[in-house]
Design a protein around this ligand. Structure first.
Ligand code: HEC
Ligand code: HEC
Ligand code: HEC
Ligand code: HEC
Length: 293
């Protein structure tokens, strides 16, 4: 019986197998990178807002705190976008005829809120809560980047599951004292800029039981003691009838809690805070205790 396919088609069949394999791989690679591309994650995009609100001008320029506008960030899932009233606190008096601010005035006059376009928007099935992150020592800038340097808001990180998990697996890199949450320029401790922490014994959420300072607590105590020269009211009143040197050491003792620990690297500080804040591991976090409620 005559062959239906001649001998050369063997090579052709082999080549087409290889080729389709390559096509599948190429497709996979393309879809994978597409899935992470800014086109999908919207990273770096600045949507056209009704008003070109500048965090650079309002935060860095005017020194407004994040909480002035995002009032619920410490106590709820949502940080919240400020109502028009917040803008009008100032803009009823300054820049009152600026064309840029027309939508703000209109919203104020009609009571219809401004339609801000969301820059960060997780899919609905993802459970994300600001309160826990902020109260466990993750700063705004760790997730949102240098907001104080953004003329227009954009998404700094992909917000994809991979990004969430990277931090949950290694939180030490990102943990900071809760007093530094809003500090956009915070950098972890180093030899040149050490950080001292102590437990305060204050009853409250775990994170509030830790107090950290960026100036040497011993030096601060000495400085205060140094200020207590004769003539200073602390010395003059001298209620316990102590002599001067005793008073000075009494002052120093109240000012320097003995148990400050000094940190010169983020890794050390992170490990300490993991313990003090009782940070759970990534596995504990994804167990069903923390499933969306
Ligand atoms: C004067 C009020 C004001 C202050 C202060 C302020 N913001 Fe905002 N913020 C806004 C407004 C209005 C928007 C919505 C418009 C936009 O996205 O630019 C916004 C949007 C955002 C968004 C994006 C919201 C989204 O749609 O996903 C983030 C993140 C944010 N702010 C973080 C911060 C941080 C961090 C600080 C402090 C460093 C801060 N903001 C200070 C008014 C403010
Ligand atoms: C604490 C007072 C204050 C508040 C609150 C405030 N602004 Fe402003 N805003 C200013 C000042 C001052 C300027 C002029 C800043 C400059 O030129 O550096 C300004 C400038 C602007 C401008 C002009 C462009 C620019 O950034 O310079 C826009 C638009 C604007 N604000 C929108 C808003 C919106 C929207 C809100 C509410 C979410 C708001 N502002 C809240 C004080 C405020
Ligand atoms: C652990 C990461 C993380 C930290 C820390 C964080 N955010 Fe967010 N933020 C997000 C994510 C993720 C979203 C998107 C939430 C969504 O789509 O439901 C978001 C959304 C927002 C929004 C949009 C409005 C809203 O409530 O969803 C604002 C405003 C905002 N963040 C401000 C802040 C401020 C101010 C801080 C610091 C006090 C902060 N964020 C700290 C991850 C973070
Ligand atoms: C920069 C670090 C960081 C990033 C990024 C981050 N997280 Fe977290 N997350 C934490 C820390 C720290 C905790 C506190 C863990 C603890 O309490 O033991 C936490 C806790 C949680 C919890 C437990 C909440 C609860 O109520 O017990 C959930 C859920 C969570 N994160 C979801 C997310 C999601 C979703 C994302 C991404 C959109 C994300 N996180 C991004 C650091 C991060």
């Amino acid at each position: 019986m005559a062959q239906v396919f001649d001998r050369s088609s063997n090579a052709l069949a082999r080549a087409s197998l290889v080729l389709s394999g390559l096509i599948v791989i190429a497709l996979g690679v393309t879809l994978n990178s597409l899935q992470r591309s800014p086109w999908v994650t919207r990273q770096g995009q600045r949507p056209d807002q009704p008003v070109p609100f500048s965090h650079l001008h309002h935060v860095q320029g005017l020194g407004l705190q994040c909480q002035y506008c995002h009032t619920s960030v410490e106590k709820s899932m949502y940080a919240g976008i400020p109502p028009t009233k917040t803008c009008m606190n100032c803009h009823s008096q300054i820049w009152t005829d600026a064309q840029l601010l027309e939508p703000v005035r209109q919203s104020w006059a009609t009571g219809a809120s401004i339609h801000w376009i969301r820059v960060h928007d997780l899919p609905d099935f993802v459970y994300f809560n600001h309160e826990i992150h902020v109260s466990k020592g993750i700063g705004c800038a760790s997730c949102h980047g240098r907001v104080d340097e953004m003329p227009l808001m954009y998404e700094q990180n992909s917000l994809q599951m991979e990004w969430c998990l990277n931090c949950h697996r290694n939180p030490a890199k990102n943990l900071r004292p809760t007093a530094e949450i809003y500090n956009m320029a915070w950098q972890g401790p180093s030899d040149r800029r050490p950080v001292w922490c102590t437990t305060t014994g204050v009853v409250g959420p775990t994170a509030q039981q830790v107090a950290c300072v960026t100036t040497d607590p011993a030096a601060a105590g000495l400085q205060l003691a140094g200020l207590s020269t004769p003539g200073n009211s602390l010395i003059q009143s001298n209620p316990l009838g102590l002599d001067r040197s005793q008073t000075l050491s009494a002052v120093a003792a109240t000012v320097i809690p003995a148990n400050y620990v000094k940190f010169t690297s983020q890794e050390e500080l992170g490990l300490y805070l993991i313990k003090q804040y009782h940070i759970r591991t990534a596995n504990e976090l994804s167990s069903c205790e923390t499933c969306p409620r």
